[in-house]
Design a protein around this ligand. Structure first.
Ligand code: AMP
Length: 301
């Protein structure tokens, strides 16, 4: 079926789980594949790249907009998290998304709903350590969204690298019948990873925030030069980041699948450099996937 890309037909808006499940049932009966893009709104080009991928790969694409309270800690930014429905809906309409699922908090967490998803092991380090309870909230809401929208494919960003591993492990462990797609990080022209939280940054903080990506690139350079000790890499990353960041939660290079620290004898060929740091009061995360030759000396042979 030809897609209307003129933006002239507005997306369907679903606000209840029942509505969403009924419509998805009809679509599936009609043999149409469904893509879902879970977001918390305040959309930018990173989110839109996921929507474009869904539009390209699926017959019917649903973007969800839901600021999930259970993934925020008690001292985090739930209350001031940007809510920009009009702009979000306009952008999604322009792209030609087929439906927007925008439930209320009461719809997703009705009174008395106490069941939660215990997240997989991969949720323990890094974000799991610095944001206790975060991945329980993420796993629970992602599963609930996947049940509300029984999609063929679900699209996530590498920007939240550990989250993408958590979702993939949960989908595998719980036999969710959905294909998880993880898409690359979309950056501003100067390298800053796009994030809904970037709008919290003052101009000088935004300038300082560029140190995150610079540090990730430095880590890649040190790895390319043969450094394989996780502790050394982390120490050097922190030293580079320190002058720009107000505090650093972590700056590490770890195995891309297991998130375990590299040792000089590690055989990992795919690693990921990950940073979480505060600039002003804003907590930023970024990462870079890096492929290594099997041995540091490979390039010399
Ligand atoms: P959020 O609204 O922050 O929960 O993000 C919704 C989805 O968009 C998640 O899968 C994120 O990983 C993804 N995302 C956020 N920022 C970016 C980015 N800069 N590039 C690609 N994907 C992103």
């Amino acid at each position: 079926m030809a897609r209307d890309t003129t933006g002239s037909s507005a997306p369907e808006v679903w606000t209840t789980v029942a509505q969403s499940q009924t419509r998805c049932g009809q679509l599936r009966t009609a043999g149409r594949s469904i893509g879902v893009v879970p977001t918390m709104g305040a959309l930018h080009d990173g989110h839109l790249s996921l929507v474009r991928a869904s539009l390209a790969q699926c017959d019917f694409s649903v973007a969800t907009i839901f600021v999930n309270p259970t993934q925020f800690g008690p001292h985090e930014d739930l209350r001031q998290y940007p809510r920009t429905w009009d702009a979000d809906f306009e952008q999604l309409s322009q792209l030609g998304v087929d439906a927007v699922f925008a439930p209320s908090v009461e719809e997703m967490y009705p009174e008395g709903a106490t069941t939660v998803v215990s997240p997989p092991e991969i949720a323990r380090p890094l974000e799991g350590k610095f944001r206790p309870g975060h991945f329980e909230g993420v796993a629970t809401i992602v599963l609930k969204l996947l049940l509300a929208i029984p999609a063929d494919r679900a699209f996530f960003g590498q920007k939240d690298y550990q989250q993408s591993l958590v979702v993939q492990a949960m989908v595998r462990d719980l036999n969710c019948p959905v294909q998880v797609e993880v898409l690359p990080i979309v950056r501003e022209p100067d390298g800053l990873a796009m994030s809904s939280r970037n709008r919290y940054l003052s101009p000088t903080e935004r300038e300082r925030a560029l140190a995150l990506y610079r540090t990730l690139q430095d880590a890649r350079k040190w790895l390319e030069q043969g450094e394989r000790c996780g502790e050394t890499l982390s120490r050097k990353m922190k030293a580079t980041l320190q002058p720009a960041a107000d505090s650093i939660d972590y700056a590490v290079v770890v195995d891309a699948q297991t998130l375990t620290t590299l040792t000089p004898l590690s055989t990992s060929t795919q690693v990921v450099a990950l940073i979480a740091a505060h600039v002003g009061t804003t907590r930023l995360i970024d990462n870079l996937l890096i492929s290594l030759p099997a041995s540091p000396n490979d390039s010399e042979t």
